[in-house]
Ligand binder design. Structure first.
Ligand SMILES: *Cc1c(COP(=O)(O)O)cnc(C)c1O
Length: 355
């Protein structure tokens, strides 16, 4: 099976499993796991931030960032994009328990929020905007990458109004690869950033949240309250270290494969996609062939050995990762072509009789 539903399907490499077996461990709830320390120091240095903290997931990293930037709740507001992962996929209710109020702004096609709108919200005194959240690359916009200039201007704007900027950089290393700069450059202006070890970097578990030392101390308290403290967390961190040292440098290959897949799909009658959005490891497309809907197309494709995911609004998504090689891309394109040639699969009852 060629697994294109997500880069979260990546399995840990042999080197990760060996690193896990060899990792020195301690109880991280006492801050005594040396492997976690090593990963956190590595990440802080790599991102040019004072400190970093291992989190069980990207969702908890974003939530902890929100709660830690608005420590006394008190009706402060957080600006988020209406197509952001934070707004669309992470439970909106939880931050409101802490008195945080979301203000969703329109997410434009390039993944940005309007700076004028950010400024207008920040200028309002009640509720006070404590935090602006951006996403880079932007998942629901197809993996598009925010420019360095935009990030710096958004940060300057937030700071001018006494607000902070948090970056949901679940696939931060893909953004840096696309921009051709170090991840530290991408996050230079932001106050906090989370990225997932468990996506294209292929670690089995975990995210990192980075920022100032004082902010990360608050994050550690928040993580504990949320039940996110893990004891021998070096088991998780050991794979994370390998992810950073071995996997971050190969993402360009996934981007090349995404490009090849997208260019192949664009030639197939019956599929629609915007090649301009193919900037990282993600290909979003729509089935225009009237014989199919997205579900019947995905089902038929799966029968031909390729899995893609539902991506809302009638769209489908294919995500490239190290488990999918150049030959798999060629085979996947063959499967797409065959599905479009043969039409929707026969109804279940009929297919059962023919077996
Ligand atoms: C995957 C993802 C998350 C959440 O990460 P989990 O580790 O799955 O909780 C957050 N934001 C974006 C943009 C993501 O793609």
């Amino acid at each position: 099976m060629i697994e294109l539903r997500s880069d979260t399907f990546t399995l840990p490499t042999r080197e990760m499993l060996e690193a896990i077996a060899a990792a020195p461990l301690g109880d991280e709830c006492y801050r005594e796991d040396p492997t976690v320390r090593r990963l956190e120091e590595l990440v802080a240095a790599r991102l040019g931030k004072a400190a970093a903290c291992l989190m069980p997931s990207g969702t908890m990293a974003n939530l902890s960032a929100l709660l830690s930037h608005c420590p006394d709740g008190g009706g402060c507001a957080v600006l988020v994009g209406d197509q952001s992962d934070i707004w669309e996929y992470e439970d909106r209710a939880v931050p409101t328990w802490a008195g945080i109020r979301y203000r969703p702004l329109e997410t434009r096609r390039d993944g940005t929020l309007s700076l004028d709108e950010i400024a207008a919200h920040c200028a309002a005194a009640d509720p006070r905007v404590a935090l602006v959240c951006l996403e880079n690359p932007h998942n629901l916009r197809g993996g598009v990458v925010l420019g360095l200039d935009y990030l710096e201007r958004a940060a300057a704007l937030a700071h001018a109004h006494g607000a902070r900027l948090h970056l949901d950089g679940a696939r931060l290393f893909n953004a840096a690869t696309r921009l051709g700069v170090e991840p530290a450059r991408v996050v230079r202006a932001v106050d906090s950033v989370q990225f997932c070890l468990s996506k294209g970097l292929a670690a089995p578990i975990g995210s990192m949240l980075a920022g100032s030392a004082e902010f990360i101390e608050r994050v550690r308290q928040t993580r504990k309250r949320l039940g996110g403290d893990m004891h021998q967390a070096g088991v998780v961190a050991a794979a994370g270290i390998v992810a950073l040292e071995r996997m971050a440098g190969r993402l360009e290959e996934d981007h090349r494969h995404a490009r090849r897949l997208a260019e192949g799909l664009a030639t197939l009658p019956g599929l629609e996609l915007d090649l301009d959005t193919v900037q990282t490891n993600t290909v979003v497309f729509r089935v225009a062939d009237p014989r199919f809907d997205w579900r019947s197309f995905a089902d038929a494709l799966s029968e031909h050995g390729v899995r893609v995911s539902d991506f809302r609004f009638g769209r489908l998504r294919a995500v490239l990762h190290y488990g999918v090689g150049a030959q798999d891309v060629a085979r996947a394109l063959g499967a797409f072509a065959r599905v479009l040639e043969s039409g929707p699969r026969v109804p279940r009852s009929e297919s059962a009789q023919t077996v």
